[in-house]
Design a protein around this ligand. Structure first.
Ligand code: ZN
Length: 399
């Protein structure tokens, strides 16, 4: 486990000790004192606070030469759990994880987001309660809830902002509703609920799972629509209003295709799954959405194959500019259309390498998502774990 992104190496509070122990190695008081520059008595005091809150467990270490075994201390990842939900347009994935990011329970369900916030979130809350009961966990063990939504979200308030495919959700305070719903019977009050859009949490998930040492990563989702999540300096970059990464509405010079945003010539209007399905329907081929486009391609339909390849090149052309501007070390492709595999990846690679500056592409990796459709739910958990275990948050909780 890497250090939490909030750690600046300067803090020497209880949170900083926990950040050290999160790498999975048990350590003695002496080792911790040496690593932090704190006195042993201060280390002991901080460890007591962490043990009281069950963030850390104590045990006996190996017997050193000629002496008694020194007590060792380890991160207690299994004492608390995190609830994670990745809600899509028609399906959802829900999971319960411990703070060590071990998945304890996971399910994929059909759940149309257009049922509105209360019905959707009630289903999610009930499913979480059932999972917790099945695992034998008390609701008090929940230290946070992460939710991904298929639309723009103001992360600070957890409210969707004019989400196009989510009727009834505009401005709905997800943290307040879900916190109250899941907080009943907890002495400590409602758990924190963090909300973000699906592409951001997918970027977090992919960064955590596959490339924890990568500092600058872009996750691009090509599904019904197109968007990207940006990891800059190992942290998610959301921008001033949480709108960073909305590459789907960048204008493609040679196109004047009308887009659902009201403009024309947007990337999404020619390379998004919805627009490709519409193009196929116009040619007399039955295709309802991005999954049908990929299914047709896999079945050998030449029109679908041509569209998907061209979509890869169009996405690559936009990403080439982004590569020059942002200089990521890894670009990860995800979403239904990206799961078509090499057809898309080849088009994206070809265009990025031919149009970006050599220095920017020298060590650039472009690859498919490793987590696939689990990236969102894992990322929702990462978002919560990093929030709950941030050194500042631990310092506040312990004192
Ligand atoms: Zn648009």
């Amino acid at each position: 486990m890497r250090m939490p992104s909030g750690s600046n190496g300067q803090s020497t509070g209880a949170g900083a000790l926990l950040a050290i122990l999160r790498d999975g190695h048990a350590r003695t008081r002496a080792e911790l004192a040496q690593l932090t520059g704190l006195s042993r008595s201060t280390v002991s005091q901080r460890l007591d606070g962490l043990i009281d809150h069950r963030w850390v467990v104590a045990g006996d270490g190996a017997i050193s030469s000629g002496g008694r075994p020194a007590a060792v201390f380890a991160f207690n990842g299994s004492a608390h759990v995190v609830l994670a939900a990745d809600l899509g347009a028609t399906h959802a994935r829900l999971a319960v994880l411990d703070l060590g990011m071990t998945v304890l329970a996971e399910q994929a369900v059909e759940l149309p987001i257009d049922e509105g916030p209360e019905r959707t979130l009630e289903f999610v809350a009930a499913a979480f309660e059932e999972s917790l009961a099945g695992l034998g966990h008390d609701p008090a063990a929940v230290c946070g809830v992460g939710v991904g939504l298929p639309g723009p979200v103001e992360h600070a308030s957890g409210r969707p902002v004019n989400p196009p495919i989510m009727p009834g959700w505009d401005g709905f305070c997800v943290p307040e509703w879900l916190g109250a719903r899941l907080g009943g019977g907890r002495r400590t009050g409602p758990p924190p609920v963090l909300v973000d859009n699906d592409v951001n949490i997918m970027a977090l998930g992919e960064h955590w799972a596959a490339r924890p040492a990568v500092d600058h990563l872009i996750f691009i989702k090509i599904g019904t629509g197109i968007g990207c999540g940006i990891i800059s300096g190992r942290r998610l970059h959301r921008g001033a209003q949480g709108a960073a990464g909305d590459v789907g509405h960048i204008r493609v010079p040679a196109s004047d295709a009308p887009c659902r945003c009201g403009n024309s010539g947007c990337l999404e209007a020619i390379a998004g799954g919805a627009s490709m399905a519409a193009a196929l329907r116009a040619a007399g081929v039955e295709a309802r959405g991005s999954r049908d486009v990929v299914a047709l391609m896999r079945a050998g339909d030449l029109r679908a194959t041509r569209l998907v390849r061209q979509a890869g090149r169009e996405v690559g052309a936009v990403m080439a500019s982004i590569v020059n501007f942002f200089n990521p070390s890894v670009i990860v492709l995800g979403g239904d259309i990206a799961e078509a595999g090499e057809q898309v990846l080849a088009g994206v690679r070809e265009t990025i390498y031919s149009r970006s500056l050599p220095l920017a592409t020298q060590h650039l990796g472009i690859r498919a998502s490793e987590l696939g459709d689990r990236a969102g739910v894992i990322g929702a958990a990462v978002m919560v774990v990093e929030h709950v275990l941030a050194p500042e948050a631990i310092d506040r909780a312990v004192t």
